[in-house]
Design a protein around this ligand. Sequence first.
Ligand SMILES: *Cc1c(COP(=O)(O)O)cnc(C)c1O
Length: 449
Amino acid sequence: MPTTLTTATGGPALAQERRIVTAIPGPRSEELMARKTRAVASAVGTTMPVFAEAAGGGVVVDVDGNSFIDLGSGIAVTGVGNSAPRVVEAVQAQVAAFTHTCFMITPYDSYVEVAEALNRLTPGDHEKRSALFNSGAEAVENAIKVARSYTGKSAVVAFDHAYHGRTNLTMALTAKSMPYKSGFGPFAAEIYRAPMSYPFRDGLSGAEAAKRAISMMEKQIGAANLAAIILEPIQGEGGFIVPAEGFLPALVEWARANDVVFIADEVQTGFARTGDMFASEHEGIVPDIVVTAKGIAGGLPLSAITGRAEILDATHAGGLGGTYGGNPLACAAALAAIETYDEDDLAGAARRIGDTIQARFAEAQRTDPRIGDVRGRGAMIAVEFVDPETNEPDAALTGRIAKACHAEGVIVLTCGTYGNVIRFLPPLSIPEHLLTEGIDIVLTALENA
Ligand SMILES: *Cc1c(COP(=O)(O)O)cnc(C)c1O
C-alpha cells in the first residue's frame, strides 16, 4: 500500500483522519487571514480560509489542529503525497550539499538524470532531449519558442477551454478571460483558437470534432504559417474535458503531415495522474513535445519540455535556459518522486482511486439529474453540475457544494469554463478510508445543497 506510515526522519506519521476541532476557519487561521489581507496583494486569492501547518498521505493539517481530507493535491502537484519520505530524504541531502550553482555555469548530474528519466518515460521511443524550467507556464513558453525556432513559422493554435498559464504568452493561449486575462492585455500575437472536442456539450465524434478544428486551421491560418498546436490531452482548468476518441490522433496525424509541431501540455495530466504515466499514452498518441510540471517533483517547483531530438536541438546554443531552471533541490526531489511513482505503482493507485470516484458519482447520477456528467481518467475525475431542465451549467450549486465540503473538513477544488465542475485530484498516496469518507461528504453536500 502506498500509504505513508512513517516520516523520512523516522518520526510519527500524520494521523490519517479527518478531524475538526474548531470552527472553520479556527482562531489562528482567522488571525493569519487578517495579516494576509494587510500584507498580500488582494488579487492572490485562496480556496480555503485555513492556513496549513503539516500535510502528508491524504491529509492537510491546519494551524488550529484541524485535519482535512485532501482531494486536491495542491492542484495535482503532490501525486506522491506531501513530504513523501523519499522526497524529504533526497532534498535534505541535497540542501546540505549545495543549493544552487546555476546549471548554465557549473552543471550537476541530477539535472542530466532528470532529463534522462523524462526522455525514457514520455511517450515514444525516438531519440529525445529535455530542458528544465521552474513553472508550467515557463515550460509552455519554451515549448513554443522551440517549435517556432524549429519550423521557422510563427502561428500557434490553442483550443477552447484551454489553460496554459498566466505569463503573457500563456495568457494568450489560455481561453478563459476571468480571472486569468481580464485587464492584462495586450496579449502576444499570432495565437489562434480552435474548437475543442467536448462530447458532453457538442455531441460530436472525435473524427467530426477533429475535422472541424482542422478546417479552421487550414482556412483561417494555413499550415504554411502554423508552427505548433498545443493541447492538454485532458483539459484541466477547463473542466477535465476528455476529448472524444480519435480526436487527438487525428490532430497529431494532421500536424505531422503538415510540418506542425504537436505539443501535449501534460502539466496537470502527467505523472501517473490518469492511471498512465502520461495521458497521451491512453490516446495512443506520440506528441512531438511533452510539457510537464505539477506532479514532477513532489511539490518542489520544477517543469520541463521533452521532445524529439531534432526539434529541441534546432535552437541556437544559449537560446534556452534561466537562472533557476532545474534547480538542484527540485531535481533531487524529481528523481525521488519518479522513483516513488514507479516503486509504489502509483499509476495503479490512480486507476483504483478513479474507479472508486467514478462508481460513486455514476450511481448518484442515476437519481440526481443535477449531475450532468461524470468524466475523467484515473485520479483525475470531474463532476459537471447542471440545471436538470435546461442542461445549463449550475455554478451556484457547485459553489455551495464546495463550500459545504470545506466546512466539513474536505478540500475540493472547482473548475470549468462555466465554473460548474468539481474536480477530484487526490494525492495518489491517499488511504482508501479517507477517499471513501471524502466522497461521502461531497455526496451529502450535494443532497443538502
Ligand atoms: C497549471 C497548469 C499550467 C501552468 O503551470 P504553472 O506552474 O502554474 O505556471 C499550464 N498548463 C496546464 C495544463 C496546467 O494545469
